[in-house]
Design a protein around this ligand. Structure first.
Ligand code: MN
Length: 332
């Protein structure tokens, strides 16, 4: 029976203890918070004597060399018969669709544990522990460690710290709270090397990436006296710069760094599918979760995304229209 609402920490932790064979997964195109949270949950369940398998639709991202890929499996590599796994732990996914092809490993009997911090979460689990006030899912996972009376090891701390620091933009975004810092402080006490972690996370650019960025920078557009900024990435940009899709990750933050900008969006032309992936950032009172939701996407107030079908030109027009509406009526 699905609950469609939050489960108390106690009930959530007790329920975790009842099962023995777990799959753990996170969203497609996984990033620091999704992976760090999932790996920490894997370690926690392992310590409680559970059998666990970590599985994701996509490859382990190359840009996270500070995290370990040794537990990582893709769907084709999971050889156990269907129904072998009793439960699935999902981290950082507002909807179950976000795990992509991992859904093919589930049966109607699979018990779903949903751990997340997205405000747009649909409470799709049999057990849901969703804390939108958490800066990162990793912060929510720390509660679960406490609920099960376990302390993060140094490796768990590394995984969780990466989740928090990447989701808070190195503790700069408005989702950063006193608690994010407190949790980070606890994690740092295990002896993790944060200078090294930060270098591994951010000092990673290739010349190809720099060339891609220079193409994108040269085309940034603004409207509404600079309150809205946007740019599109075309397949051609990758061909000419030799860069990859991963190299474009985080580009939207540069738009956010512009002084007058209140709402920024970044459109990526997807190969062959005639769809455009759009990410949004907001400052001040503006809410881009609202905007993404209009296009069947979602996320957070200050950071969200969606996939829209159509040509870059059409999508740009539709998005700009909706962005202008938000600019007129900011959500408090
Ligand atoms: Mn997250």
């Amino acid at each position: 029976m699905r609950k469609n609402s939050n489960t108390s920490l106690k009930t959530f932790c007790q329920a975790l203890k009842r099962y023995d064979r777990f799959l753990l997964s996170c969203h497609v195109t996984p990033e620091g918070d999704a992976i760090g949270s999932m790996l920490a949950m894997d370690s926690l369940l392992h310590r409680l004597g559970k059998q666990t398998t970590v599985v994701c639709q996509d490859e382990f991202p190359k840009r996270l060399p500070c995290l370990s890929d040794k537990r990582w499996k893709q769907v084709e590599e999971v050889r156990k018969p269907l129904g072998h796994y009793q439960a699935l732990v999902v981290t950082d996914c507002p909807t179950i669709e976000r795990i992509g092809k991992v859904r093919t490993l589930l049966t109607p009997e699979t018990v779903i544990f949903n751990i997340d911090h997205h405000i747009s979460n649909l409470y799709y689990g049999h057990y849901n522990y969703v804390r939108p006030e958490g800066s990162a899912t990793a912060e929510v996972v720390v509660d679960i460690f406490k609920g099960l009376k376990q302390k993060p090891t140094k490796e768990d701390a590394l995984n969780l710290y990466v989740g928090i620091t990447t989701d808070t933009g190195s503790f700069k975004y408005s989702n950063t709270t006193v608690r994010s810092h407190q949790v980070a402080a606890e994690l740092i006490k295990t002896g993790i090397d944060i200078a090294k972690i930060n270098d591994q996370l951010y000092s990673t650019y290739s010349l190809n990436k720099i060339n891609l960025l220079s193409r994108l920078f040269s085309r940034v557009r603004t409207t509404a006296n600079g309150a809205v900024a946007w740019v599109e990435m075309r397949n051609q940009d990758l061909v000419h710069s030799g860069a990859t899709y991963e190299d474009a990750e985080g580009f939207i933050d540069y738009l956010r760094y512009m002084k007058e900008v209140q709402i920024a969006f970044f459109m990526i032309e997807m190969p062959k599918s005639k769809t455009v992936r759009v990410s949004f950032r907001a400052k001040g009172d503006y809410d881009v979760n609202n905007i993404a939701t209009c296009f069947d996407g979602g996320g957070h107030k200050k950071a969200s995304g969606c996939v829209v079908s159509g040509s870059l030109k059409d999508v740009e027009r539709e998005i700009l229209q909706r962005v202008r509406l938000e600019l007129k009526t900011p959500q408090k």
